[in-house]
Design a protein around this ligand. Sequence first.
Ligand code: ZN
Length: 287
Amino acid sequence: MRDLSANHDLMSLNTATVRKQWRLDQIIDECARRNIRAISPWRDQVAAVGLDVVARRLREAGIRLSGYCRGGFFPAADASGLAAALQDNRVAIDEAKTLGAPCVVLVVGSLPGALQGRPAYTDLNRARHEVHDGIAATLEYARSVQMPLAIEPLHPMQAAERACINTLEQALDLCDELDPAQSGMLGVAVDIYHVWWDPKLYAQIRRAGKKRLLAYHVCDWLTPTADLLNDRGMMGDGVVELKPIRNQMEESGYAGYCEVEIFSEHWWGLPGGAVLDTCVERHKTVV
Ligand code: ZN
């Protein structure tokens, strides 16, 4: 297992962690000041500053990406909605290419409209088929420009609104179906918040192996959890045994960043500098 205690060269910051404190250009500056070497930005944060500006600022600061958030949300109520989702995913891939991202993270979507409280249908199997077809079509484009896609299974509590892929096993089944040759262009993003509870977690990480393990996201699971979306814990403040999971990731071939991704009203309410300093300290000690 890699030793993270000496420095934080292997830490990446998912920029949603401080999205309420700073714009993305400020986040890049604050990361550079603390020698944080990688980030994973969100499309809306990039758009607010401008794609070319962000690409230039990253180059100047010598900061790399650990992923790009995000593509997905494939299911739709009708054919034009399905086509619009595919087009939007192509744009996300192009943006990722401009930023030099190693992969586009896919939150695949589920019942269309459920996020807004008005699901257009309730057939979860239909949503799964639309996700299958959407990833298949997007993978074709991704291959043509050599941008890997990382499916992120979400905790089943988000199965209606955000993702109908809820376990690593389910994500890997889809990878094997759509990319049986393990080309390196389709894999998974392992986010401990979503998968820590899964009795098959370790076996599925082993099954995934180096070719499929494209990203690793860390935070912690608080007890009790006050909000199912925006109450993630800082590493070390919850019940997830982080080191054994990272050990399994690395034994299975993962050699990338540990990306700190904390959606939290608590941490959004604190000064950004204190949040980043805490992330760095916890990365060295408990990740
Ligand atoms: Zn994540």
